[in-house]
Design a protein around this ligand. Structure first.
Ligand code: NAI
Length: 346
């Protein structure tokens, strides 16, 4: 029996986390969910989006399934009241990752027959550094009409994410690492990132290394995404390009993800809380369900993970129960039910 934290999230979060709990329950894996209030639920119960007790629970359990949390668009960010210290982060997701020491955000992008068109065979992975860059929270307004953000890049964090990406590539039988940057303009910051990734990948002769400018990467991802395998990116480029990559295969609702740190793994979809469709039964739960499959794999439940993935692929290929983002009319509950029913025959 595995004890796993569950953060039900904001917006479409409760709908897709319920769907994921159902599908993982039908997979045969033995899971016990420990409810962890964060986001709006955290604020309601404990007066904070990131309650200290919730962070402690996730640290203790080591694994969490997390639905998206809303990051309010206002100044001030999110405060964490640690014993004897108050820490401030630009958003709840940023704060959660950094409080847990999760530095690597892995977002696999896979196409599916039936819904991904010409990219149904696409299979690439974005490995995004999530502790620094322009999201480090170093923003200030020295005077009215002027605002500044510091782009923080360190050799230590850049080497750490590069090593993570190389080890990930070797473990998953992948061949090529692409470092994404803008070092022709950001000579010092992106230059350091690029140089660090290049130095680490040189220690892995079985991997092919290449680097690409971030603007060219956008173009090439749309034109020839098959030429990419593992992309390693600083925080902001990783944030943006993972949405672009998800669009290639048909929807943000198909893109799973996980944040890894030392001794902690938080599994979450690449997308946000989708407030525009929240509470209407229109959300595609597949990205979180596939994040759940990654969680099962991480827990050593490879067979159950395989069953979930095959059931998802079969239902998408069949095309009878697709949510509106994939051009269908099914509700979240109908797609979830179809996946659960399909699990027995895959
Ligand atoms: P979003 O990813 O929530 O939505 C972008 C578009 O994709 C919307 O049209 C939405 O309806 C659609 N979409 C997203 N997921 C979908 C799904 N599963 N099924 C069907 N359609 C889906 O991005 P947005 O609107 O910029 O952000 C909304 C909120 O979510 C913000 O507060 C943002 O800060 C937060 N957010 C949280 C993340 C997290 O918890 N990891 C990640 C990204 C955003």
């Amino acid at each position: 029996m595995h004890r796993v934290a569950i953060i039900r999230g904001d917006g479409i979060g409760p709908e897709i986390s319920e769907a994921t709990v159902r599908v993982l329950g039908a997979s045969g894996a033995k899971l016990t969910w420990v409810e962890v209030p964060m986001g709006q639920e955290g604020r309601r119960l404990f007066g904070s989006e990131l309650p200290w007790s919730s962070l402690e629970t996730v640290r203790r359990l080591g694994t969490a399934l997390k639905a998206p949390l809303v990051a309010e668009r206002c100044c001030g960010g999110v405060v964490v009241e640690a014993p004897g210290e108050v820490r401030r982060y630009p958003s709840v997701n940023n704060g959660l990752r950094r409080e847990l020491g999760a530095y690597a955000n892995v977002r696999p992008v896979r196409g599916f027959a039936g819904v991904s068109g010409r990219y149904q065979h696409l299979d690439l992975v974005l490995v995004r550094e999530v502790t620094e860059d322009t999201y480090a929270g170093l923003e200030r307004q020295p005077e009215q009409g002027r605002a500044e953000a510091t782009k923080l890049i360190t050799q230590e964090a850049s080497r750490r994410i590069a090593r993570f990406a190389c080890e990930y590539a070797i473990r998953h039988g992948r061949r090529k690492i692409t470092a994404v940057h803008k070092a022709n303009v950001l000579h010092l910051t992106d230059g350091l990132f690029l140089e660090s990734v290049r130095a680490v990948t040189a220690e892995y002769p079985s991997l092919v290394f290449q680097d690409r400018m971030v603007d060219a990467t956008c173009y090439l991802l749309v034109r020839h995404p098959q030429d990419f395998d593992v992309l390693v990116l600083p925080n902001q480029y990783g944030d943006i390009l993972s949405d672009l990559a998800a669009a290639l295969v048909g929807s943000l609702g198909l893109a799973p993800g996980v944040n890894f740190g030392n001794g902690v793994a938080v599994f979450e979809a690449a997308h946000g809380a989708a407030p525009d469709i929240a509470g209407r039964g229109l959300a595609n739960p597949v990205a979180l369900i596939l994040s759940g499959a990654l969680l099962l794999e991480y827990l050593g439940e490879a067979e159950a993970a395989g069953r979930v993935r095959r059931a998802v692929a079969a239902v998408l290929a069949e095309g009878r129960f697709l949510t509106p983002d994939l051009g269908g009319r099914a509700t979240t509950a109908e797609l979830t039910q179809a996946i659960c029913e399909r699990m027995d025959s895959v």
